[in-house]
Unconditional design. Structure first.
Length: 632
């Protein structure tokens, strides 16, 4: 058919009756400026369209008359000039059912594969045919409803290459009462590196009171460049509850690219991901991002697979801004993340796992729970392995995976922060290493709450002001059965926020370096090994080069105690590697300079601020030899 609005099959149910189309033949319908099948029901008339696999439809909008004006994401579509599709239906109050197995090719702007317009009735759309589009706003499947529900099941491959050409796009009107669901089990390929307008593979805008959901197992690829916007594999904007339960592989390339993104303004969000891989390219990328603006709304993410986000501004991985594996955010409600996949690898400022209810003005009242068993690699500056933030809401972090941060500053392995008196609990059995300044292996910090950290693995903090473990709270407890140290040789630092009342360290493993507090009443119970040493990296090279007197100061409480039934050992100087040696602060009994530490000679350790020292174990002050002046 040639001519604007000349359609292959055109049925107008002006009398309000039902429309039934069943095309199971073979052959091709070719349109220049029209729809392959176009039905218009009125009143309560229902629409039923069934198109078989033997049908091919070519919709050509590639001329001035048929193209029409562009359709923006927020524009309510109409069936006017330019909005043509292989299968196009409109209903007012009746239900719509479309079952299509046709092969649809749409060319030019505003040329769709399947386009349904619903009213107060429900829309059910099932596609198993192949759909390809190549024009601006060339949606594969486009479904709109004023207030009724939309349910889409797609089992056919969809490819779109035009700008803003979404694979599956469904939305409703303000005040809608129905739900919107999309199930996709086929491969979706959308966008191109040449288009900066960007595309979304599955896109839902859900207004009103109904819920939104996306399920399925089809692989999704979204192609773009560093300047391409809106590059999302799955994105849902909803006013109520949202569920994502997906198991296909997801790839998205573009500025702000995302594997899964959900934003709810008034409901709870649940994301379940069971696929093998999510990968994003370019700046400000997220593997999974889920948020709600409802003050008491909850967000929970349960994910597996490998998640990789490359923050590439065009000159290489890590050159851009922002890279997150999983973000889960509320404005005060409970937040939960469980990651069971093998790996999250992020490159750019951000975090592998981030959960918070106190960002963006949130009240921070709800509980935050994180459970991680995967390897976390955070390559960028100011990028953490796990980060949490609340105010008074309790935080519980369980980590059994390896965490490595490589950032130059503020790149902690785990940083749990609370702006108020939240209780913070961290249980760690995965090896954690950090390298930068302000980059402790574990920071657990509140303002007046109770902090408890249990560790059974190797922890290494960074250099300068980093520690192996930093604690802050009214009561601070560290139970260590692993190995704790830092490139700064500040192993454990209590009172890292407003000084607390008590600090308890129970060590059955190994601690290398200083243990310090400010004014909390401290109790150290050691049945493991505590090595007194201050041999630190002074340049950030990752190599220790400077030696000082090893000082552990438990502060001014006046009631601190040490009970040793294990080994407290004074470390010997290494045979080589000390570039800078300082004896500043050394204790010299009776002013005898023979007791002063010297390069290659005597060493000294000090434990200050202790009112009671009980020993039933071993105090090894030989520092590997019998040098005169070794002391503690």
């Amino acid at each position: 058919m040639v001519g604007n609005e000349h359609d292959g099959i055109d049925i107008n149910g002006s009398g309000g009756g039902a429309i039934n189309v069943n095309h199971q033949g073979s052959g091709q319908i070719t349109l220049l400026g029209g729809n392959g099948i176009w039905t218009k029901a009125t009143g309560t008339g229902e629409t039923n369209v069934n198109v078989g696999a033997g049908v091919s439809i070519l919709v050509n909008n590639d001329d001035a008359l048929s193209a029409g004006p562009p359709i923006g994401d927020e524009t309510l579509p109409t069936a006017g000039i330019g909005n043509h599709a292989g299968v196009h239906t409109r209903a007012v109050s009746g239900n719509t059912t479309v079952v299509s197995a046709a092969n649809v090719q749409s060319v030019g702007m505003n040329a769709f594969g399947i386009f349904t317009e619903g009213g107060s009735g429900n829309t059910r759309l099932t596609n198993s045919g192949t759909i390809t589009t190549n024009g601006l706003n060339g949606f594969g499947i486009r479904s709109f409803s004023t207030v009724g529900s939309i349910a889409i099941v797609n089992n056919g491959a969809i490819t779109t290459t035009g700008g803003a050409a979404h694979g599956i796009y469904a939305n409703d009107n303000v005040g809608a009462t129905g739900s919107i669901s999309v199930e996709n089990n086929a491969e979706l390929n959308v966008g191109s590196t040449a288009n900066t307008a960007g595309s979304r593979a599955i896109y839902i805008i859900k207004r009103g009171t109904g819920d939104a959901s996306v399920t399925g197992s089809g692989n999704i690829n979204v192609f773009g460049s560093p300047n391409t916007t809106r590059a999302y594999a799955i994105i849902v904007s909803a006013e109520n509850n949202t569920l994502i339960d997906y198991s296909g592989d997801l790839f998205a390339s573009g500025f702000g690219a995302g594997g899964i993104r959900v934003d709810s303004t008034g409901g709870n969000v649940q994301v379940n991901y069971r696929g093998d891989r999510i990968e994003t390219l370019h700046s400000n990328g997220n593997g999974i991002y889920a948020s709600t603006q409802l003050p008491t709304g909850t967000v929970n993410v349960d994910a597996g697979g490998t998640i990789i986000t490359h923050s590439d501004a065009g000159t290489g991985d890590g050159s851009g801004i922002g890279a997150f594996g999983i973000q889960a955010l509320t404005l005060g409600g409970d937040v939960g993340i469980r990651f069971t996949g093998p790996l999250i690898d992020v490159n750019g400022a951000g975090a592998a796992l981030l959960a918070g209810n106190a960002f963006n003005g949130g009240s921070g009242l709800g509980t935050i729970n994180i459970s991680n068993s995967g390897e976390l690699v955070a390559r960028g500056d100011q990028q953490r392995g796990i980060r949490t933030l609340s105010v008074s809401g309790a935080q519980n972090i369980i980590n059994t995976g390896t965490i490595q941060t490589l950032g130059a500053s503020n790149s902690q392995g785990i940083v749990a922060q609370a702006g108020g008196a939240a209780d913070v609990t961290v249980s760690n059995s995965g090896a954690i290493s950090a390298h930068g300044t302000g980059s402790s292996a574990i920071d657990a910090l509140t303002e007046g709450g109770n902090v408890s950290v249990s560790n059974s693995a190797s922890l290494q903090g960074g250099w300068a002001d980093s520690s192996g473990v930093a604690l802050g709270g009214a009561t601070q407890t560290l139970n260590n059965g692993g190995a704790i140290g830092a490139l700064s040789d500040s192993a454990v630092r209590a009172d890292a926020t407003t000084p607390g009342r008590t600090f308890a360290l129970n060590n059955t493993g190994q601690i290398t370096g200083s243990v310090s507090a400010v004014s909390a009443s401290s109790t150290i119970t050691n049945s493991g090994t505590w090595i007194l040493r201050d041999f630190f990296d002074s340049t950030g090279s990752g190599i220790r080069d400077s030696w000082n007197v090893a000082v552990s100061n438990l502060g001014t409480a006046g009631s601190s105690s040490i009970d040793n039934s294990g080994l407290i050992q004074l470390a010997a100087q290494p045979a080589s590697g000390i570039v800078n040696f300082s004896s500043s602060g050394a204790y010299l009994p009776l002013g005898q300079t023979a007791n002063a530490p010297t390069p290659g000679g005597a060493v000294q350790g000090q434990i200050l601020g202790v009112s009671r020292f009980s020993n039933s174990g071993t105090l090894d002050l030989a520092a590997g030899g019998n040098t005169v002046g070794n002391s503690c």
